[in-house]
Write a protein that binds this ligand. Sequence first.
Ligand code: C5P
Length: 235
Amino acid sequence: MKNSRVIVALDFPAADAALAFAASVSPADCRLKIGKELFTAAGPALVETLSKQGFDIFLDLKFHDIPNTVAGACKAAAQLGVWMLNVHASGGRAMMEAARKALGDAPDRPRLIAVTLLTSMGAREIGEVGILGDAPEAVRRLARLTQASGLDGVVCSAQEAAMLRAECGKDFCLVTPGIRPASASKDDQQRVMTPAAAVAAGADYLVIGRPVTQASDPVATLAAINSEINSGKTV
Ligand code: C5P
């Protein structure tokens, strides 16, 4: 059963490393995220291969373009069999509505989520691009717009999960990166949360990359994270 909340970020430069990781785990252990680097290098063929192996694939390409173009891209992603895909909420309501419509209403349609603000943007950059208010205010506004446009959820920092859960209700899907088991290095992530704390804060799915993929024993690390989530206790 594909019930793991963990989405492993396959931030590899080429298909071979991604395929080797996938061969070491089962679709019951985790879902897989393919982002811009790996997709640009390995293309739709890798998405289809991993999907046919039974993995739920989150295609993290963050589409942001005119509505017609984004709708076409979403349709093409759905044809690859992806489980989840995303757009930028700042593309606006018409773009998000077109994206959502392109995916249809079948029960097994891909889930569509939006990026509110890139967490890499600080207060100065947010102001420089003309976004009103501080980051939490902009995140809240864009999450509400995402929900009003019919999307399934947002990517957000675990620090924002409790606020967005209260704001958008229990059925809105919250996907959180920046997750670090208590024993792992923070790498370049600034504000991190443990898997158990992120789920307690309201996250539905946790995007985890290097703590798993760069671990000396990725399979054991993933198993420990799954059991931390299931028991609710930080390990
Ligand atoms: O290795 P690590 O666990 O830091 O990987 C996190 C993944 O989540 C990366 O693929 C990164 O691009 C993505 N991500 C993030 N912060 C965001 C959005 C996406 O770290 N705000």
